[in-house]
Design a protein around this ligand. Structure first.
Ligand code: GDP
Ligand code: MN
Length: 390
């Protein structure tokens, strides 16, 4: 789960990190009121995307009147960054924060080092909006310091990072304390990322987090009910949100064959075999171990909401899940939803014969498949016949 910059900054502040003050504004009036307090300030579009600075989503206002006018322009605009795609994201909220005078910008992040079952601090003295370019052209300027997951952050790891950033004296101490906060936040809240870019060395000689990005491991969210209210559904893909509400593992793709499969491995194999027979999957969808009628219905809803889908391939290997149960779910959902595009169903495993009988007796135009290859071939043919050939 991703959160907004202002929320990430609140968390970091609570963990003792140096974060400038700020106020969230949803109207030009609110932005002007905040700017009244701060004087010269920065208005920052709150969307779940980086690269805002380069796209016009981070702007300087000299005073409250300028802030009001700028906020009027920014609120309601669609901000297209290099991460959002050309359609951009609607700006509903701004963070108003005092303009800090910056001497130098660093990059700093804490994330997982899965290969080593550890955490890693990633640090670079070339922070700011060009960090992706630096990663491409000068990867040696980005340093990694491994942190033990079981032992936590150690002072010498902080000293190493300070060396990379060229910080000494008071700034070295500030960095160590900031890193301790970041690692503690990362571990206590089950984050997947805690990133500060830029970490600024201010004109008055202190470290300050000017931007913050925090993301959480979805699989651990159940342990943190307090984080749920930070979720902003407006920022999420509505289809992926629907999927998550029903416990479906769903990724939207660009092909024409909708896939409904139980098990992530079989779902991937299904995508492969569709491509093997010359088709393109419209999605990855794993309905998991126990697919109720509601789950199958939500899955069909997801598939049918994609206008590119010309055929649906249901590929089930019934182990724990019984084929007759899934067959009943498929029949009920297909009937209630009035599915008109070709529906190819392959059932194998526990109670397969019973499941096939339920499909055959349904009176629906469900195309049965003998096996996975047969199903994929039929789905590719059906999608081609139903398509416009484009
Ligand atoms: P991003 O482009 O989405 O990562 O947004 P950032 O919050 O990182 O802002 C982009 C750039 O704007 C930063 O790299 C800074 O150079 C600049 N910036 C943001 N906040 C401030 C600020 O308070 N003072 C100054 N001087 N620059 C800022
Ligand atoms: Mn940034």
């Amino acid at each position: 789960m991703k959160i907004h910059e202002y929320q990430a900054k609140e968390l970091l502040r609570a963990y003792g990190a140096p974060v400038p003050p700020g106020e969230v504004a949803a109207t030009a009036e609110q932005a002007a009121a905040a700017a009244e307090k701060y004087g010269r300030c920065v208005l920052k579009a709150q969307v779940h995307s980086g690269g805002r600075g380069k796209a016009g989503g981070v702007r300087l206002a000299e005073n409250a009147e300028k802030a009001r006018a700028l906020a009027g322009d920014m609120l309601g605009m669609r901000l297209a960054t290099n991460q959002t795609g050309p359609e951009g994201k609607l700006v509903r909220k701004l963070l108003v924060t005092p303009a800090v005078e910056v001497k130098k910008e660093f990059y700093l992040c804490v994330t997982g080092d899965h290969e080593n079952a550890a955490l890693v601090i990633i640090a670079s003295a070339d922070g700011g909006t060009e960090i992706e370019e630096t990663a491409r052209t000068h990867p040696e300027r980005i340093a990694r310091v491994r942190v033990s997951a079981s032992e936590g952050f150690k002072r010498y790891e902080g000293l190493q990072a300070a060396g990379v950033l060229g910080l000494s004296g008071e700034n070295e101490q500030e960095l160590i304390s900031l890193l301790a906060s970041m690692v503690r936040l990362y571990q206590e809240k089950d984050c997947s990322l805690v990133e500060i870019n830029p970490l600024a060395l201010t004109a008055d000689g202190h470290l300050m987090c000017l931007d913050a990005k925090v993301a959480f491991d979805d699989n651990a969210l159940f342990r943190h009910p307090e984080l749920k209210e930070m979720r902003d559904i407006d920022e999420e893909d509505p289809r992926e949100y629907l999927a998550s509400q029903h416990g479906l593992n769903f990724v939207s793709l660009s092909g024409t064959i909708g896939c409904l499969v139980n098990g992530a491995g079989l779902a991937m194999a299904t995508m492969d075999i569709i491509q093997h027979f010359g088709g393109e999957p419209a999605n990855f969808l794993d309905v998991g171990g126990g697919a109720s009628k509601e789950k199958v219905q939500a899955a069909f809803e997801l598939l049918l909401s994609d206008k590119n889908v010309r055929a649906i391939f249901v590929n089930i290997f019934g182990g724990i899940m019984k084929c007759d149960v899934i067959a009943e779910g498929v029949v009920a959902a297909a009937r209630e939803m009035g599915i008109t595009i070709p529906l190819i169903v392959r059932l194998e495993g526990t109670n397969a014969a019973l499941g096939k009988q339920i499909l055959a007796d349904s009176g629906l135009a469900i195309i049965p498949a003998e096996n996975m290859a047969d199903g994929a071939r039929k789905a590719v043919e059906a999608a081609r016949a139903g398509g416009d050939g484009a």
